[in-house]
Structures are given as structure tokens and as C-alpha cells.
Design a protein around this ligand. Structure first.
Ligand SMILES: *[C@@H]1O[C@H](CO)[C@@H](O)[C@H](O)[C@H]1NC(C)=O
Ligand SMILES: *[C@@H]1O[C@H](CO)[C@@H](O)[C@H](O)[C@H]1NC(C)=O
Ligand SMILES: *[C@@H]1O[C@H](CO)[C@@H](O)[C@H](O)[C@H]1NC(C)=O
Ligand SMILES: *[C@@H]1O[C@H](CO)[C@@H](O)[C@H](O)[C@H]1NC(C)=O
Ligand SMILES: *[C@@H]1O[C@H](CO)[C@@H](O)[C@H](O)[C@H]1NC(C)=O
Length: 455
């Protein structure tokens, strides 16, 4: 701002003087004086304009100075008191200035009680009350079955099972030959065995079928008490009939209580988790584990193909070197193509990529972003400049970006989650320059196989 008016005036003065002297020979004294007068007029006009802009600048600087000086006197009092992060939580935002906000987040397993956001108000107090992080009561959904007692823990729950039951949610009967069924009979031991034997004999024959079973009843002192086998319950009025408990339906809602990672199948007296093709259920029977078809040789890739295990499946891949005019590429390894040396002075050839490298990755659907997916580094840089850029189609540009992570390294970042199933290709180009002349272009092609599920 300060520099440009000075420059304008100077250039103007120079060109005028030059014109004036060069025309001196063929002009009369009067003409010359006329011209000089004109130049003087012009100069004073410019001087005036210049002075005016100087004055304006000074004004602005003064304004800036005074506004910069003001807060320093006020600064001590223009912030709200420091806020602490809630216990078991975090605070986002550090500014304590008026009209700035801070946000509160709780650690996994805790929920926020109170405002998520507090604003520093004009009166230098924070809006709202201090938020707290409260342990989420995972027991709220009553996840323990068969009269198990739920114990709330941080981010999880555990069940103390009633006698005869086991499993994470007390869903499995203790694997013994006899399960002790609870009964409410009076402790008159003498009569109980005979009465229970009688009850077993007299219990009505329930509808046959695995999902319906007869109950076991005993009559003590004129009152009948009935119990069911594990996984069954008396649901209707008819206490002589036990029906299967649909565990899948019962624990359909609630993440903490979710029985199965993928699908739940109700069975007579129990339930079973199933996994999609390409996965095996884990040992606890609730989660799914990808089957490595490549390691297990459960694939049909040919000898010159490579097997890439993906989540839920596999892919057979092979590299064919690209065909590009003016250049010839040869495969130097299964995953790499290099350009044959270019003929001297063949510019078209030397502009083509020096090499292509191929990489294959497997990822689950909806992987959170941002995250670094891949890094490309120069081992022995030759030039003075390295440049990294993202090539590839629209899809690649929507989900990825290339950033430099240090002088010699560029990284491919996932910037938005990809919903599978999908195959996404991204290319990272690294170009090497010396005094702006391109020494080489190295292309890394990354193919990502995105699974259908988030596991
Ligand atoms: C400003 O802060 C000082 C100390 O930091 C305090 O003594 C004074 O009362 C404050 N003034 C106002 C108007 O809040
Ligand atoms: C009921 O409980 C009594 C003791 O409390 C026991 O002796 C009896 O075997 C139980 N009956 C059944 C059917 O389990
Ligand atoms: C997966 O399950 C199948 C049958 O359910 C079994 O044959 C195979 O060995 C299992 N694979 C692994 C890796 O556990
Ligand atoms: C492998 O088998 C699948 C069917 O199971 C078929 O679709 C695929 O083309 C086969 N791949 C090769 C390389 O033979
Ligand atoms: C992807 O993940 C986010 C958070 O993990 C979740 O809120 C969202 O529902 C998921 N999207 C799909 C399509 O599953």
C-alpha cells in the first residue's frame, strides 16, 4: 500500500523528463516552457494525490494502533474463567473470549449430562451449567436373561447368572446332564420328591414341537408351581405349556445387548448367530471373522495371478503394463512396470511416467475418515523438488486427497467414508524436478476392495 504510490510517481517523473529533453532540439523556448508548466501541473496533481493517500494510510495505521492498544488494557477482563473438562470426558475449544464456544464430549461408556456447548457471554460468564459425564447404564435394557442380575460397568455390563445358567447374557444352560430348575416349594423335603414325581406324571401333554414344551409342575400344600426348561417360558395363562423364548427378538435393540454381529437365528430353546458367506463365526459364537481364502487355498486364482484376501471374499489380480505412445514398459516385478530408457532427445518419451507400481488393499465398508491409507516416499531424490498429486477418477477424488507428510513423503488420505461393496482406484503421482525441469514421474496405483459389511 505504501510502496505503490511512490512507484507510480517515480515512473511518471522519469518518462516525462525523458520526453521533455528529447523534444528540446526542435521546439521553441515557449513550447518548452508550456510543456514544463504542464509537467509541473501534473506533478503537483500527483503530489497532492500522493500526499492524500499518505494521509489516508496514516489514519488507517493510527486506527489500527489504537484498536490494537485497547484490548491490551481490557484483555485481563475480557475472558471468561477457565473451564475444566468433565471427569471422564474432554473439552473441545480453548478460547475463553467473549462469544467463543467450548464443547464437551464424554469418553466411551459415558453420557453427557448438561449442555454440550457453553458460550462465553458478554458478562464474562459461561452460559449453562458445567456438564458431567455419567456412566451409561448398560443394564437399562435388562440384557441378562433367565433371572440373571445385571452389573453395570464402564462401557459394558456383566451378568451374574442364576444357578444353572451361563454365557454372557446367561443365555446358555450350564452344560450338565441335569439342570436344577428353580422351584418355590416349601422346604418340606420329605414330601417334595414324591410331589414332584406326581406332578411330572400329571402334567398335561403339551403340543408337540420343539418350540413348545410341557412345563414341570409340582403341587405343594395345594398350590401348583410350574417351571420350564432353559430357553422356554410360560407365556400364556396355561402354566402347563412352556414356549420358546425368542432371544433374537428379545435383544433386537440396544447395542450393548446385541446378541449377534450379523444375524441371529432363533432356535428351540436358544439362538444362533450366523455370518455372511466368506466369514466364520468366532469362538464366542457372536461375531464374524473373515476367512482368508488366499491362505486357505480356497481360491481359484491362476498361477500368474495374485490372490488378494478381502473382507468376505478374495480377488485374483494380475498386473499388465500400460501401453502408452512413445514409451515401452517392462515388468520388473509382479507389481511394477518400468519404462525402457528413452532415446536421446525424445521429449515425448521422457514426459511419460518413469514407472508404475501397483498395490491392492482390502478395507471394510464405511471406514471412518480422515485416515492415512497409503504413503509414497522417494528413496533417493535426485532433483531439488518433489511433487505429489492425486490422479484418478471422480470416485477417487470424492474420497481421497494427497498430502505431503514430510519432505520426501506423500500420503493418500481417506477423507470421506466409502460404502461398500465397491472397488476404488486412486493414483498417486510423485514427480521429481530439478530447476523446474521434470526428471521423472512415478505413478502408484492403489486399488481398494471395499467390503459389503462394516466387518
Ligand atoms: C478486572 O480484573 C481485575 C483483576 O483481574 C479485577 O480486580 C477487576 O475488578 C476487574 N474489573 C471488572 C470490571 O470486571
Ligand atoms: C424343589 O425344591 C426342593 C427343595 O427346595 C427340591 O428338593 C425339589 O427337588 C425341587 N423340585 C424340583 C422339581 O426341582
Ligand atoms: C470356517 O468354517 C468352516 C465350516 O463352517 C470350516 O470348514 C472352516 O475350517 C472354518 N475356517 C476357519 C478358518 O476357521
Ligand atoms: C473363480 O470362481 C468363481 C466362481 O466361484 C468365478 O466367478 C470366477 O470367474 C473364477 N475365477 C477364475 C480366475 O477362474
Ligand atoms: C457409517 O458409520 C457411521 C458412524 O460410524 C454411522 O453413523 C452410519 O450409520 C454408518 N453408515 C452406514 C451406511 O452404515
Amino acid at each position: 500500500m505504501l510502496v505503490s504510490p511512490v512507484l507510480v510517481v517515480f515512473t511518471f517523473v522519469c518518462s516525462c523528463t525523458f520526453q521533455a529533453t528529447s523534444g528540446q532540439d526542435c521546439r521553441s523556448r515557449q513550447d518548452l516552457q508550456g510543456s514544463l508548466k504542464q509537467i509541473q501541473n501534473l506533478l503537483s496533481a500527483h503530489e497532492a494525490a500522493y500526499l492524500q493517500s499518505l494521509r489516508n494510510l496514516k489514519k488507517k495505521i493510527n486506527l489500527l494502533q489504537s484498536s490494537a492498544a485497547k484490548p491490551t488494557t481490557k484483555a485481563i477482563n475480557s475472558t471468561c474463567p477457565k473451564l475444566d473438562a468433565p471427569i471422564n470426558g474432554r473439552k473441545l475449544g480453548r478460547s475463553q473470549c467473549v462469544s467463543h464456544e467450548v464443547h464437551f464430549l464424554c469418553d466411551p461408556g459415558y453420557e453427557l449430562v448438561g449442555p454440550e456447548t457453553r458460550i462465553c457471554q458478554e458478562g464474562l460468564t459461561w452460559s449453562g451449567q458445567q456438564a458431567k459425564c455419567r456412566d451409561i447404564n448398560e443394564c437399562a435394557s435388562s440384557p441378562c436373561q433367565n433371572s440373571g442380575t445385571c452389573v453395570d460397568e464402564v462401557d459394558q455390563f456383566s451378568c451374574v447368572c442364576a444357578k444353572g445358567w451361563t454365557g454372557e447374557t446367561c443365555q446358555n444352560p450350564v452344560p450338565t446332564f441335569f439342570t436344577s430348575t428353580t422351584n418355590t416349594s416349601s422346604p418340606s423335603t420329605a414330601s417334595s420328591s414324591s410331589s414332584s414325581a406326581a406332578a411330572a406324571a400329571t402334567s398335561t401333554a403339551a403340543t408337540p414341537g420343539a418350540f413348545v414344551r410341557p412345563s414341570r409342575c409340582s403341587t405343594v400344600q395345594g398350590t401348583t408351581h410350574c417351571t420350564c426348561e432353559p430357553g422356554y417360558t410360560i407365556s400364556g395363562r396355561d402354566s402347563s405349556v412352556c414356549t420358546d423364548v425368542d432371544e433374537c427378538e428379545l435383544f433386537h435393540n440396544g447395542q450393548a445387548a446385541k446378541l449377534c454381529l450379523h444375524a441371529c437365528v432363533n432356535t428351540a430353546g436358544g439362538y444362533r448367530c450366523t455370518c455372511p458367506a466368506g466369514y466364520n463365526t468366532t469362538r464366542d459364537g457372536r461375531s464374524c471373522k473373515d476367512i482368508d481364502e488366499c491362505a486357505a487355498r480356497q481360491n481359484n486364482c491362476t498361477k500368474d495371478q495374485m490372490c488378494i484376501n478381502t473382507y468376505g471374499s478374495f480377488q485374483c489380480v494380475s498386473v499388465t503394463c500400460p501401453k502408452i505412445p512413445n514409451a515401452a514398459y517392462v515388468k520388473t516385478s509382479p507389481m511394477r512396470c518400468e519404462r525402457n530408457p528413452c532415446p536421446v532427445d525424445n521429449k515425448a518419451c521422457s514426459q511419460t511416467p518413469t514407472s508404475f507400481s501397483y498395490h491392492y488393499m482390502s478395507m471394510v465398508s464405511n471406514l471412518s475418515a480422515p485416515r492415512v491409507m497409503f504413503r509414497v516416499s522417494a528413496l533417493r531424490p535426485m532433483g531439488d523438488t518433489l511433487r505429489f498429486s492425486l490422479l484418478g477418477g471422480k470416485l477417487a477424488r470424492r474420497h481421497f486427497t494427497v498430502q505431503r507428510s514430510d519432505r520426501l513423503t506423500g500420503q493418500l488420505m481417506l477423507v470421506s467414508p466409502i460404502q461398500g461393496p465397491a472397488t476404488v482406484e486412486a493414483e498417486v503421482e510423485m514427480s521429481e524436478l530439478e530447476r523446474r525441469v521434470q526428471l521423472g514421474r512415478y505413478i502408484t496405483k492403489i486399488t481398494m476392495f471395499v467390503s459389503q459389511y462394516e466387518f
